[in-house]
Design a protein around this ligand. Structure first.
Ligand code: NDP
Length: 252
């Protein structure tokens, strides 16, 4: 299997895209840390599914917006599996609101969870990966970085947070290249998860017309791209964003 003997942390993996990544990585042979912040039972269920299929998993509650919790997430993974080979920085939130209606609280929660969360988990894991001269860091980006007008949904505040990840991962990738560590992102289009329940339904319908394939993506389709970037097959790919969006960035 492509991820045999690897140890992986997937943030926000109790449900949605993160859950699909955790199950895929475990199916490919990795030991997986399932992370959650509110949904303990769902996180335990993901770990139970992995164990039932013969894999290894631990569950760690950690709010990625807090540095100390990101450190603990990495520490508990090293304690359980001896190392961290792969970090998927996937935890995130969405806010669908016109810019002029967005509040300071919206701004803070988007930046703290999405961008500061990426900063925290990278800071927590990279010294460990550097000492081992191996690592794969993959962020879950977003199509909101590539499209400004979805025909209804409005994401200015969250775009700042996801855009920050997209810009920062390139210089991090450049710094890490000499240490055997790759840093990439997968940029999903509209993927059928609970998150789509948090945005305006009319906007959701309108956005589908921007997708040449005329369907929402499946979490497993994001997980497949993540598995590739985490594998040895992607050893010479760094600083890149892989779009998995049914052709959305080309327009409808
Ligand atoms: P969901 O809302 O289904 O899941 C979000 C996950 O993030 C949950 O597991 C949640 O934990 C976790 N999370 C939220 N805040 C924190 C935090 N502070 N610390 C740790 N974990 C946290 O969303 P998706 O699966 O759809 O989204 C996953 C990623 O994909 C996000 O980064 C999102 O921006 C991105 N994305 C999604 C798209 C889509 O269409 N669905 C499109 C483009 C990007 P818990 O379960 O414990 O609450």
């Amino acid at each position: 299997m492509r991820l045999d003997n690897r140890s992986a942390i997937v943030t926000g993996s109790a449900r949605g895209i993160g859950k699909a990544i955790a199950l895929r990585f475990a199916g490919d042979g990795a030991k997986v840390t399932v992370n959650y912040v509110t949904q303990r039972e769902k996180a335990e269920a993901v770990a139970a599914d992995i164990r039932k299929a013969g894999g290894e998993a631990i569950v760690v509650k950690a709010d990625v917006s807090k540095r100390a919790e990101a450190d603990r997430l990495v520490g508990e993974t090293i304690k359980a599996f001896g190392k961290v080979d792969i970090l998927v920085s996937n935890a995130g939130i969405i806010i669908d609101k016109p810019f002029v209606d967005s509040t300071a609280e919206d701004w803070t929660s988007a930046i703290e969870t999405n961008l500061h969360g990426f900063f925290n988990v990278c800071q927590a894991v990279l010294p460990h990966m550097m000492s081992r001269k191996f690592g794969r860091v993959i962020a879950t980006g977003s199509c909101i970085n590539e499209i400004a007008d979805f025909g209804g949904n409005k994401y200015s505040v969250c775009t700042a947070s996801k855009g920050g990840i997209a810009m920062m991962l390139r210089p991090i990738a450049a710094e890490m290249a000499r240490h055997g560590i790759t840093v990439n992102s997968v940029s999903p289009g509209y993927i059928a998860t609970e998150m789509l329940g948090e945005i305006d339904p009319a906007g959701l319908e309108a956005a589908l017309h921007l997708v040449p394939m005329r369907r929402y993506g499946k979490p497993e389709e994001i997980a497949a791209a993540m598995a590739f970037l985490a594998s040895d097959d992607a050893a010479y790919i760094t600083g890149q964003t892989l779009r998995v969006n049914g052709g959305m960035s080309m327009g409808g």
